[in-house]
Write a protein that binds this ligand. Sequence first.
Ligand code: ADE
Length: 230
Amino acid sequence: MKTAIVSAMQEELSSVLALMPDEHKVAVGGREFFDGHLHGREVVAVLARIGKVAAATTAAVLIERFKVDRIVFTGVAGGIAPGVNVGDVVVAESFLQHDLDASPIFPKYEVPLYGMSRFATDASLTQQLADAARRALPDAKLHRGLVISGDRFVATSAESRALQSALPDALAVEMEGAAIAQVCHDYGVPFAAVRTISDRADDAAHVDFLLFVRDVASGHSAAIVEAFLG
Ligand code: ADE
C-alpha cells in the first residue's frame, strides 16, 4: 500500500518530510517527489505547487509513475461558511471548481462531458483522515463537507460573500483539491483531503494566510499525517 502525501507549499510539507528517514528525491516534470517511508509505511511526499493545473499534473505523475494506491492532501484553506474559523480543520467530503463555468452550454460548475460538478472523496479514507485529525488536534473544531477550489486566492470579503451565496454549503476555499479529485476520479484512485483554516478569505486573508503558513501550517500537517499513518 503506497500512499501519496501532497501539499501545495513547502511550509505545508516540511515537517512531514522531516519524519521520513530514508526518502530519496526523484525529479519528474519539474517537481521533486520524495519516495520513502514514514512510520514504516511506503510514502511518496510531494509539493504540488499552487493551483489546479499544478495539482492535476502532480496527481497524474503520482498515479502513472509512482503507482500510488491512494492520495492524501494536507494543507491550508480559507474559511467560507460562517463558523469555519482560523485554526479549525476541514475534511473534504466533496470538491467543486468554483471558477469553472461553461454555461450556457453546460450548467455552471459542471465539468464538461462528465455530467457532474461535485467529485466525492473516498468515504473510508476520508473517515480515517478525520479520525486522525481528531486525534492529532483534539482541541480544533472539525468540519466535514464541500470544499471549493479555483485558480484564485480569495482575498476580499465581497468575493467570499459571493461564493457563500452561490454555494451555501461550501465550507472552505483553496486552489488544488478539486483538480486532484477529478484526476483520482478518472483513475479510480482513492483520494482524501484535510485543510487547516489559515484565513477567512476576506479583506485580511493575505495577512492571516502568511502568518499561519509561517507559524502553524507545517506542524498541523505533520501531526495529522503522523496520526493517519501511525
Ligand atoms: N488557501 C488558503 N487561503 C486561501 C484563500 N483565501 N483563497 C484561496 N486559497 C486559499
